[in-house]
Design a protein around this ligand. Structure first.
Ligand code: FAD
Length: 559
């Protein structure tokens, strides 16, 4: 169980990973499972940055076909299957509808060709897949059928739609947490709120021989030296900043692209069950996904200028404009007032000379070995996708065994067939397990909504929430999101949460399904404070700080 073992960082490791987004976490899991002694530090919480700001799909990336990026698409389709089989309770097949109007570009025949290619590239999609994870072939939908499924679409000029399937990452924050727990179960020392401020370097002639990182426990201010044979820099969009502390050109360039989503009322009055690829005449597109009873819409994709990462009015308006331009008169157009929440993340894209803007930039990953720049024992991972993080990690660890760690004995592991922590079973339908777990939670007095949420998002660990509720009935207190107080206790005592945001945004669903007001934060702090050693004054200050932080993030309150 995640205990934030800061003191263990002094032990000395084969590998220290900087960055606990999905890339770093997978590297830690892969390396530990293959017998390496591993530590990972993240300056904030696990998965709190880009990895929490995704469109929530584990997908092949059909639109990368337009860029002829067949290798990325094929790798992504292979990984889609592997990740789905490993966590059937936290993924769901989702039908994607790609409407075609007479003016559509690409035209319907071209879309059809792309769809056929996507299907071909996913030739192994159903290998070992249980019924719930089986993906059918794409097919054409008539206009009549399409408007029955998605009544909000603009009917004029509509020809029909292609329907294909991809996989919903039901709650990326909790799936990432499951991978953190898998890494820890394999022996990795995983510490959040601990920043890597620089490298431990021995100057040998003109070479920089790196021996680990200097770190700071952000919660206490304590400095630490984390010694390791090799450092893997997986700081996502900030890999160049981490390398900058070496004071030498390490040969890495990153384009930072901002991606915003909005959460709104459910378009089509809640009857739409499929995701819609809404492509405007301008060529821009957003995906409108039904998610937790609402519509989750985005992303934007714009090159970042300054340092501030926030969804601003223009970002939100561009999403609204794109959706509205594909909407018929039967639906009330979206407006700012419909926006309940925004998410914002920064894509770490490989700097590619000759590509225009970030929308067309490749989503491939790159492993940088810095030996040619006179830097020993450091690797950097650039680019990539949530979907392909496992493959990137596998490749990274292969390289470590070929280079810095070639003398370390490798334990054979195969993450292609491994279940995520908390999965009921590998490659099995989660339905029956979820039904049983839900029934037990309802029998313990929880509402059906809470029971369904907990079973799905905690997998086999639902039993821990159940135990807490049975031991102390006060922990059955329910919040508006459907989360219950026992989850707060579990988040702090067993899941490494140390701040109110850690709890609200990445352990519970509360922070991802709507606004969380001060009164709810107060109740959450009430249950968390004794475990975090906060007295009444500290708890009040933490609630005030978190409330203020959320208000500046909530788009509709800052315009
Ligand atoms: C809007 C948007 C939508 C997306 N949608 C999808 C999608 O649907 N499917 C998909 O497959 N991919 C998607 N992606 C891409 C995917 O989210 C990213 O590729 C992935 O999350 C990157 O993970 P990462 O671990 O490399 O970076 P991050 O998640 O940003 O992790 C880097 C970590 O490094 C830490 N860090 C930085 N500096 C330091 C330091 N000095 N010390 C310690 N820690 C440090 C940060 O705190 C951070 O947690 C999307 C991306 C965006 C922006």
């Amino acid at each position: 169980m995640l205990s934030r073992p800061v003191e263990r960082l002094r032990e000395g490791f084969d590998v220290v990973v900087v960055g606990g987004g999905v890339t770093g976490v997978w590297v830690a899991r892969e390396a530990a499972a293959r017998g390496l002694k591993v530590a990972l530090v993240d300056r904030g919480d696990f998965g709190a940055e880009t990895s929490a700001a995704t469109t929530k799909y584990i997908h092949g990336g059909i639109r990368y076909l337009e860029q002829y990026d067949f290798a990325v698409v094929r790798e992504s389709l292979r990984e889609r299957r592997i990740l789905a089989l490993g966590a059937p309770h936290l993924v769901e097949q989702t039908k994607f509808i790609m409407p075609a109007w007479r003016w559509s570009k690409p035209s319907a025949p071209l879309l059809g060709a792309g769809m056929a290619l996507y299907d071909l590239l996913s030739f192994d999609r159903n290998r070992e897949a249980p019924a719930s994870l089986r993906i059918p072939h794409p097919r054409w939908m008539s206009k009549k059928k399409l408007l029955r499924s998605v009544p909000w679409l603009e009917p004029s000029g509509l020809v029909g739609a292609f329907a294909y399937h991809d996989t919903l990452n039901v709650h990326p924050e909790r799936l990432l947490l499951a991978y953190v727990k898998s890494a820890e179960a394999a022996g990795a020392v995983m510490v959040n709120h601990c920043s890597a401020d620089g490298f431990l370097v021995d100057n040998v002639g003109d070479r920089l021989v790196v021996e680990g990182v200097c770190a700071t426990d952000v919660l206490t201010g304590e400095s630490l030296e984390v010694r390791a044979k090799v450092v893997v820099n997986a700081a996502g969009p900030w890999i160049d900043r981490v390398l900058a502390t070496l004071g030498r050109d390490a040969g890495v360039g990153v384009d930072r692209s901002k991606g915003v989503h909005i959460l709104t009322r459910a378009l089509g009055g809640g009857v739409v069950r499929d995701a819609v690829f809404a492509r405007a005449k301008s060529g821009r597109h957003v995906i409108v996904s039904p998610w937790m009873g609402k519509s989750f819409i985005g992303p934007t994709d714009t090159l970042m200028g300054g340092e501030e990462i926030r969804a601003d009015r223009d970002d939100v308006q561009s999403i609204i404009d794109t959706v509205n331009s594909t909407m018929g008169r039967a639906e009330r157009p979206l407006e700012e007032a419909d926006v309940e929440l925004t998410t914002v993340g920064v894509r770490p894209l490989i700097k590619a000379p000759g590509t225009e803007g970030t929308y067309t930039a490749s989503r491939r990953h790159e492993l940088y070995h810095h030996v040619d720049q006179g830097i020993d024992n450091v690797w950097t991972i650039g680019g990539g996708k949530w979907t392909t993080a496992r493959a990137t990690a596998e490749e990274m660890v292969d390289e470590l065994f070929k280079h810095e760690l070639k003398r370390v004995r490798e334990v054979k592991g195969n993450s292609r067939r491994g279940a995520a922590f908390g999965a009921f079973a590998w490659a099995r339908d989660a339905g029956p397990y979820l039904a049983d777990a839900g029934r037990e939670l309802v029998e313990a007095g929880l509402s059906t909504k809470s029971a369904e949420l907990i079973a799905r998002l905690y997998g086999t660990e639902y039993i821990e929430i159940l135990r807490l509720v049975l031991e102390d009935r006060r922990l059955a207190e329910v919040f508006p999101s459907g989360d219950v107080a026992a989850q707060v206790v579990f988040a702090v005592s067993r899941e490494g949460a140390r701040t109110l945001s850690d709890i609200v945004d990445r352990r519970l669903v509360a922070g991802t399904v709507g606004r969380v007001d001060g009164a709810v934060l107060d109740r959450i702090a009430h249950f968390a404070a004794p475990l975090l050693g906060w007295d009444a004054v500290r708890a009040e200050a933490e609630v005030a700080r978190e409330d203020a932080r959320r208000k500046t993030c909530e788009f509709s309150r800052t315009v």
